[in-house]
Design a protein around this ligand. Structure first.
Ligand code: CA2
Length: 149
């Protein structure tokens, strides 16, 4: 069974409490429940974390090395600012899918730049919280032996 690390960056603990027009009405606990449901469905194990502290995020990414099969990360605002998270993701040597609830490309120009996309296998933006499910599903798909037709 494969293990995925689902990481959430700063302010995502506020989901559902403010800006529902941008991020929807679901709380982070709802997102976790959604991820666990999808993980069960696809026989994947997940670890779900959120932090407002960049060093903590970097430690979790380092600890993923050689231990998990993939990282699903919503880096929040660190997406647009953090070379340190970019470097940590390279050091982890684990495939990464970057998820954004909102479509960052139709928002302010400072959200168009992502240091994480440079090291991500794939990026999902604008699918709402369904993006997390799609990312987990994709990792499960990669892990499933497929027969050629
Ligand atoms: O769309 C996304 O998922 C973002 O990663 C969310 C980040 C934002 O900085 C990125 O540009 C795009 C912000 C997460 C903060 O979420 C809040 C939710 C409710 C109230 C306040 C912040």
């Amino acid at each position: 069974m494969s293990t995925l690390l689902v990481l959430n960056g700063p302010n995502l603990n506020m989901l559902g409490k403010r800006q529902p027009e941008v991020y929807g009405h679901e709380s982070l606990a709802d997102v976790e429940a959604l991820c666990r449901q999808t993980a069960n469905q696809f026989d994947v194990e997940i670890e779900f974390q959120q932090t407002n502290h960049e060093g903590q995020m970097i430690d979790w990414i380092h600890q993923a090395r050689g231990r998990v099969n993939g990282i699903v990360i919503n880096p929040g605002a660190w997406t647009h600012t953090s070379v340190a998270i970019h470097d940590a993701l390279i050091a982890a040597e684990v495939p990464v899918i970057e998820v954004h609830i909102s479509n960052v490309h139709r928002r302010e120009t400072f959200r168009h730049q992502s240091y994480v996309s440079l090291v991500a296998k794939a990026v999902l933006a604008g699918f709402g919280t369904h993006g997390y499910q799609l990312a987990i599903q994709h990792f499960a798909f990669l892990d499933t032996p497929r027969t050629s037709q």
